[in-house]
Design a protein around this ligand. Sequence first.
Ligand code: PRT
Ligand code: MG
Length: 218
Amino acid sequence: MITLALSKGRIFDETLPLLSAAGIEVLEDPAKSRKLILATSQPDLRVVIVRASDVPTYVQYGGADLGVTGKDTLIEHGSQGLYQPLDLQIAKCRVSVAVRSDFDYAKAVRQGSRLRVATKYVSIARDFFAAKGVHVDLIKLYGSMELAPLTGLADAIVDLVSTGNTLKANHLVEVEQIMQISSRLVVNQAALKLKQEPIRRLIDVFSRTVAATATATA
Ligand code: PRT
Ligand code: MG
C-alpha cells in the first residue's frame, strides 16, 4: 500500500489533475466526506487528509509515503529526511511583507526603526529581515495575519499573497516580495527504497504531466 498525504482545499484540488493524468481517481470528496482516509481507483494507493502544516511531519516519520506541500511549509518545517523530487507548479503564491496603507515602511526601514512583524512564517521572516539588516520583533501567529496591523499588534505582516484581494479588503499594501511559492512532492526516504517501483512510477507520471502543463501554458 502506498499512502499519499494531502491537505483539504487548494492542495487537494490542484493535485487531482496530476493523479488523474496517472489514471488515478480519488473515490471520495474530502469537502463532503468526514473520512480522513480516502480510497482511490488504484487499490494499492490511498490518500490521507491532514492539516497543510502536518504534511511534512507525516511523510518524515512514515505516516505517509509521500505528500504534497507548499515550499513555505517545507521551509518552516525543515526538510530533514524528506526527498523532494519534484516542483509540482501548483498552489502558486508568494510570501510578501505587507503593511497598513498609511504606514511608511520605506521610512521606517531607512531610519532603522525596530519593526514589529506578525507572521506564521517566523523562519522565513527572520532570515529575510536579517539579510536586510532590519531589526524586527517577530510575533508568531497561526492565522488571520491581516488583522495584526489593523489592531496595532504589529507594524507589518509576512504572509502568503496570491491575488492580493485579501490585502486589499483589509487596507493593506504589499511592500516587499520575499519569495515565490509553489507546492512540492515530498517522499519518505525509506519508502522510496522499500516501495521503489510504484513510487518511481508516480514520480515519473507527475513529472511528465508538470512538464506538459508548462509547455501548454508557455
Ligand atoms: O488553512 P489551514 O490553517 O488549515 O492551513 P493552511 O493555510 O496552511 O492551508 P491552505 O490549504 O490554506 O494552504 C496550503 C498551501 O497552499 C500553502 O502552504 C501555500 O503553499 C499554498 N497557497 C497558495 C496558499 C495561497 N496560495 C493563499 N492565497 N495558502 C494560503 N493563501 C491564503 C493567504 O494566507 C491569505 O490569507 O490566501 C490569502 C491570500 O489570498 P489572496 O488571493 O487574497 O491574495
Ligand atoms: Mg489557509
